[in-house]
Design a protein around this ligand. Sequence first.
Ligand SMILES: *Cc1c(COP(=O)(O)O)cnc(C)c1O
Length: 359
Amino acid sequence: MNIFKLARANVRILEPYQSARRIGGGAKGSIWLNANEYPQPTFYMLRGCNLNRYPDCQPQEMINRYAVYAGVQPNQVLACRGADEGIELMIRAFCEPGQDAILFCPPTYGMYSVSAETFGVECRTVPALDNWQLDLPEIYTRLDGVKVVYICSPNNPTGNIINISDIRKLLEMTDGRTLLVADEAYIDFCPAASLASWLMDYPHLVILRTLSKAFALAGLRCGFTLANADVIQLLLKVIAPYPLSLPVVDIAEQALSIEGIRQTSQRITEINSNRDLLVEELAQCPCVRVVFPSVSNYLLVRFDPAYHVFQTLWDQGMILRDQSKQIGLSDCLRITIGTRLECQSLVAALKALTLSPST
Ligand SMILES: *Cc1c(COP(=O)(O)O)cnc(C)c1O
């Protein structure tokens, strides 16, 4: 019997998200610059919890701490299993399969389409402009039937912030008919650009946050959705009954303590300064064509295709993220900002690259 045939049609054709972990890096990988993780471990100890009972669905102390950190009210915070779950909950709560659509602006993060396709919801794309800002007139003409618009700021993988005035126009254009989700997975690296203070003005604004990036806790699987109470109440209808395990809650609370947030600020300062140094160094490498400005913990770089950068570095154990298949990103790789030493090793490897004889 062919089990495959029994699967839903959209699942049969679904291409799963190509996460850095799925792509792997072979046995050789030693410098991991492909998943925008913090390069070094953080040390937490479980404070000890009884695991015989189910956890609260939304542990109050954790919610309160994140609300203070984000500058919003506790009833505007939903804790979830990473920002990825927030992406999916929006589709589950708001999109009718086979009828409603989501809209996003490539090149951008890959999970918006994977989540929509899993649920049989149409993906509509409006490519970003050459400067990777929003094509507002085109979005406007394509909004019919769209329930959720996803924007990503800072955008993964391009590294830029979406213009604040454009986001305001988009919020006005979507008012009353479409939810606008701002994916702020990297906002901790440039907190001034957050839209969190706009929540009180826009009932249809939703913000996604995570502990995976600046908080150095990608392995924890913990994120937050910020929105007005009506949206949060709808998401609570479709979220799993116990989305966060007690050890996750324990560590998230520690990460959101005053000391935890102080350590995160230190990491942000370190990563931002490593990034600025790496930008200067990359500009000196013959194989580099363009280093795109970034306010985040990664850089998008366009290389001279004749150098075969991705494969050569892979063979040397330096794992980067290939973005060249995305619209507008030919010959582009995304490089996560690692430790100072990792940045130096990367630059040394790039400077040593020679033109391959075959080209
Ligand atoms: C990493 C990332 C996420 C997912 O974050 P998790 O909290 O680890 O699920 C969401 N959006 C963007 C843009 C990301 O880069």
